[in-house]
Design a protein. Structure first.
Lengths: 236, 177
């Protein structure tokens, strides 16, 4: 049994178990922190850096999704500095891939697009890299468009942790990273993929979608995650 | 009250933003008394005026003529607005940035079965190797994303500018809207 820690978030006194993260305790108390890679029911990896918070006494910013609460901690979830870095993180995601919202299956339902609105981003300061990335349409029912991938690794985690297939993984490093199926083989030929579609429903953008979806038609349904995680007791 | 001079410019876009501008409908009459439309695809004037208060740019900077135009326009405009995703992000015209201009020309003019296939060079400006958002070429004062931005968004931004307020479209439109 974990002990209870008392701490302050934005000056507000809150408490949480010591095995809980800042993000969990903040949400229990109705304090919003933006996230992209985090999703309830999967493990946390701190990949997107949107949930960065300030903790008194620590000079660097910490991801709320992977930092546990501690007794006496003082956390700030909003500041000019945090907004600056959150915007930068989202702008880098836009600049690093090929996100053409107007022609995307997820237009209007995309978590990246929504995050840009939430952070007041009206243009991208950084130069667009326009990388040459591929599309894998070999699967019978789904398509992977790497141009729209933000490397949140939700697909990797849901496939491994919930479906237990571990078809997806990450290849390469830095800006050259890409999610792959099996050993970078065609998705349609995958002997491990069960075609369950959990990766598609969990993907925050239009990178994974159901074949035949037109612009704006791909809405994701990921409430199953909470349910399955609760049944398994993974969710605290 | 002196009328503000307005220009609208059509670079590499589909004219959808201009259509959305016209979708302001009857409210155009409300702002008609406050503005002088001095240059636009909608009016008959060939040269960009010496000095314009507000210029709305639709479209990305995709060829040499776009580039020359936008530099000239910036020098003769007080408030420059990137109107719509093509101007703000590059959008659909910038889809070619992953492969470059040459394959696009090849596909459009050489691959189809034509009597005399040739890539046009006379009387048309050469394509730039990379399609650019307007703010990567000249300074932009206001950004209005959207494909196209809604008539309400355009009207509100214009109203703000005509009343000397800095327009804020945050939360009212988005990339791809």
């Amino acid at each position: 049994m974990s002990r209870v820690a008392t701490l302050k978030i934005n000056g507000q006194d809150v408490s949480g178990r010591e095995d809980e993260t800042i993000l969990e305790v903040a949400r229990e108390n109705g304090i919003p922190i933006p996230t992209l890679c985090q999703i309830e029911g999967l493990s946390n990896v701190g990949a997107c850096r949107l949930c960065l918070v300030e903790v008194t006494g620590i000079s660097k910013l910490l991801p709320a999704c992977t930092t546990r609460v501690a007794e006496g901690m003082e956390v700030r979830t909003e500041s000019d500095r945090l907004t600056h870095y959150r915007r930068m993180a989202v702008e880098m995601l836009f600049a690093e891939g090929n996100h053409i919202c107007s022609v995307c299956v997820s237009n209007g339902h995309c978590e990246l697009q929504g995050m840009a609105v939430a952070l007041g981003i009206d243009h991208i300061h950084l130069p667009y890299l326009a990388p040459r990335r591929g599309v894998d349409a070999s699967h019978e029912r789904f398509t992977f468009d790497a141009n729209r991938c933000i490397l949140c690794t939700r697909c990797v985690r849901v496939c491994d942790e919930i479906e237990g297939a571990h078809t997806w993984d990450v290849m390469g490093r830095g800006v050259g990273s890409v999610v792959i199926t099996d050993l970078n083989e065609r998705w349609g030929d995958s002997p491990t993929c069960t075609s369950c579609g959990k990766c598609v429903q969990t993907c925050p953008t239009g990178a994974l979608f159901i074949k035949g979806s037109a612009v704006g038609e791909m809405t994701k349904r990921n409430t199953f995650l909470t349910y399955i995680a609760q049944m398994r007791g993974n969710l605290k | 009250m002196t009328r503000k001079t307005i220009a609208t410019v059509w670079l590499d876009g589909c004219s959808g933003c201009h259509m959305s501008f016209l979708d302001i409908d009857h409210r155009l009459l409300d702002i008609a008394d406050m503005i002088e439309l001095v240059y636009s695809p909608l009016v008959d004037r060939k040269d960009f005026p010496e000095s314009v208060d507000i210029t709305l740019i639709e479209g990305s900077v995709s060829n040499q003529a776009d580039l020359d135009k936008i530099r000239h326009i910036r020098a003769h405009t007080r408030t420059l607005i990137s109107l719509g995703d093509c101007a703000v992000t590059g959008n659909v015209p910038a889809l070619r940035n992953t492969i470059g201009a040459e394959p696009v020309l090849q596909r459009a003019y050489m691959e189809p079965d034509m009597l005399n296939p040739q890539i046009p060079t006379i009387g048309v400006p050469p394509l730039l190797p990379v399609v650019r958002a307007v703010h990567t070429v000249v300074r932009v004062d206001v950004f209005i994303p959207g494909c196209p931005p809604s008539a309400d968004t355009i009207f509100n931004a214009l109203s703000d500018l005509l009343n000397d307020r800095q327009p804020s479209v945050a939360g009212k439109t988005r990339f791809g809207a």
